[in-house]
Design a protein around this ligand. Structure first.
Ligand code: SF4
Length: 450
C-alpha cells in the first residue's frame, strides 16, 4: 500500500516495478518478471502489452490522486478497487485494510482539507505499522500482502484462432521464443528504430501503390515526388517512436534514398515486363487442413502479357542473399511467409508464378530482389551459386504447407505446457528475449567463460 501511495504521487518507474512484482498486483509472478525483463532499462513495465490491466490500475491511482479535492481515504479506496484487495481477503487482511482506512481518515481529518502528499501518508502507514504491538504486527495483519500462494501449473491458454506464417516460423525456430512473443506478449523494448523504419517504409509504399498501380501512370519526376512525399509523411507519423531527433532524421534520409532506388527498380522492371500492382497490403485468409491462417501481402503484381501473378514481400531487415539460400530457408521451415501467400492467392484463383523478396535495407545499393520462379519440379539448388533468381518446385511449397498445418494442429490440439528452447545457439544471437531466456543454449566459448 505504501508503494501504491508513493506511485500515485510520483509515478516513478521503480515503484511501478515494485508494485507489479508484489503478490497483490494481480499479475502472476512469472508474467510480472517477464514484464520487468521485457521493459528493460528503456521503457516502463506498464508499456508492456501483457501488463495492460496493471497499467490501467496504475493510471487509476495517479488520476485519483490528482483529482482536485481527493482525499487519502479515496486514494486508499481506489487502490483497493484497482488491485481487488478486498476480493477473497482473509480475516487478518480485512483487519489490516480497516486499520489502513482508519489511518487514512485520520490523516484527512488532520489535514483539514489542505493540500496533501501521498508519500507522507505512505510514510505514516509505515511508521504506525512499525509501532504496532507484536500481536498486531505479524505478517498477516500488518501487511495485506500475505505470503505468495504457489501458482498451480496449468496449460497455457490457446492464444488465437488464426495462425500467421510469421508466428509459425517463430514456433518452428524456437518454441520458447514463440511463447515469449505470442503468449506473454513480451517485447525486449518498445521497438527499435529498425522496426519503426520498417513499419514506416511499408506504410509509405502501401499508400504510394494505392495511388499508382503502374509505372507509366505518371512521369518519373511525379512518381518520385509522390513517393518521397509518402515516405516523409510516413516517418512523420512514426516520429514520436524514434528515440532521438537525430535517429529520426537519419532513418528518414535513409528511407528517402532507398525509396529513389526502389522507384528506379520499379520503373526498370516495368519497362522490361509491363505489369500492374493489383494489391498493396492485401489481407489474405485461408483454411488449410482444418486450420485457419491469416496474413498480409505487401504487394501483388499482375503481368500484362500473361496475367501471371508475382507475390512481393518488402524486407527492411536482413534477408537471404541469394535465391538458393532463400529456397533452403523454405526447405528448413525457417520461412513460411511466401509459401503461404502462394497458397492463399492460388486458392483465390490467381496463377502465381513468382515469389519475390525486395530488399529495402541498404540505401547505398541498388534494389535487387531475390526471386523464385514457381515450377512443377525444380532442379536442386547449387550451393555455391550467388544468383538472386532461381526456381522453387510446387512440391517444396507443398511441404511448407504441410508443415504449417502440422504446427498449427500442434498449437491447437495439444496442451501447451512446454516450450522447448532451440538447440542452435546461433538462433539466439539476435533474439529479443535473450536476457529473459535462462535456458538458451550456450556457445562453447560462453560455456567455458561462465
Ligand atoms: S534466446 Fe534462444 S532459446 Fe531463448 S527464446 Fe531466444 S532463440 Fe529461443
Amino acid at each position: 500500500m505504501c508503494v501504491a501511495f508513493r506511485y500515485a504521487a510520483t509515478a516513478s518507474e521503480g515503484d511501478a516495478r515494485r508494485l507489479i512484482a508484489a503478490p497483490y498486483s494481480r499479475v502472476p509472478r512469472s508474467e510480472a518478471r517477464a514484464a520487468i525483463v521485457a521493459a528493460g532499462s528503456r521503457s516502463g513495465v506498464a508499456d508492456v502489452p501483457a501488463a495492460r490491466d496493471f497499467a490501467v490500475a496504475l493510471k487509476t491511482l495517479v488520476s485519483t490522486y490528482r483529482t482536485q479535492g481527493s482525499t487519502a481515504r479515496e486514494l486508499l479506496r481506489a487502490t483497493r478497487l484497482a488491485f481487488a484487495l478486498d476480493d477473497g481477503a482473509g480475516e487478518g487482511e480485512e483487519a489490516t485494510l480497516a486499520w489502513l482506512d482508519r489511518t487514512a481518515s485520520a490523516s484527512d481529518a488532520e489535514r483539514g482539507g489542505a493540500a496533501w502528499d501521498a508519500s507522507q501518508v505512505a510514510t505514516a502507514f509505515e511508521r504506525i505499522a512499525d509501532e504496532l504491538p507484536p500481536s498486531q504486527a505479524d505478517a498477516s495483519s500488518r501487511l495485506p500482502l500475505g505470503p505468495y500462494a504457489p501458482e498451480a501449473p496449468a496449460p497455457v491458454q490457446k492464444p488465437r484462432s488464426h495462425y500467421s506464417a510469421s508466428s509459425l516460423g517463430a514456433y518452428a525456430a524456437c518454441e520458447r521464443k514463440w511463447y515469449y512473443r505470442y503468449v506473454c506478449g513480451a517485447v525486449e523494448d518498445k521497438g527499435s528504430s529498425a522496426s519503426f523504419y520498417g513499419s514506416a517504409f511499408h506504410w509509405a509504399l502501401e499508400q504510394f501503390h494505392r495511388e499508382f498501380q503502374r509505372a507509366d501512370a505518371a512521369p518519373r519526376e511525379v512518381l518520385q515526388n509522390k513517393l518521397d512525399g509518402w515516405i516523409q509523411t510516413a516517418f512523420e507519423r512514426f516520429r514520436a517512436r524514434f528515440e532521438t531527433a537525430v535517429e529520426y532524421e537519419l532513418q528518414t534520409r535513409r528511407a528517402r534514398r532507398t525509396g529513389r532506388r526502389y522507384l528506379g527498380w520499379f520503373l526498370e522492371r516495368s519497362r522490361a515486363h509491363p505489369f500492374a500492382v493489383v494489391a498493396a497490403e492485401a489481407e489474405v485468409e485461408l483454411e488449410m487442413g482444418g486450420q485457419k491462417f491469416k496474413g498480409y501481402i505487401d504487394r501483388l503484381d499482375r503481368d500484362d502479357a500473361s496475367g501471371a501473378v508475382t507475390v512481393v514481400d518488402y524486407k527492411t531487415g536482413s534477408i537471404a542473399e541469394n535465391a538458393g539460400e532463400y529456397r533452403e530457408r523454405i526447405a528448413e521451415f525457417a520461412d513460411f511467409q511466401l509459401p503461404f501467400y502462394y497458397w492463399a492467392r492460388t486458392a483465390a484463383g490467381d496463377r502465381v508464378t513468382r515469389l519475390a523478396l525486395v530488399p529495402l535495407k541498404d540505401a547505398l545499393r541498388d534494389v535487387e530482389p531475390v526471386e523464385l520462379e514457381v515450377v512443377p519440379v525444380a532442379v536442386p539448388a547449387q550451393r555455391w551459386s550467388t544468383a538472386t533468381t532461381g526456381t522453387i518446385g510446387i512440391d517444396e511449397l507443398e511441404r511448407a504447407r504441410a508443415k504449417m498445418i502440422e504446427l498449427a494442429r500442434r498449437l491447437s490440439d495439444d496442451p501447451l505446457d512446454r516450450f522447448a528452447v532451440t538447440d542452435d545457439p546461433d538462433a539466439c544471437t539476435f533474439c529479443a528475449y535473450r536476457r529473459a531466456c535462462r535456458n538458451r543454449p550456450l556457445r562453447r566459448e560462453e560455456r567455458f567463460s561462465a
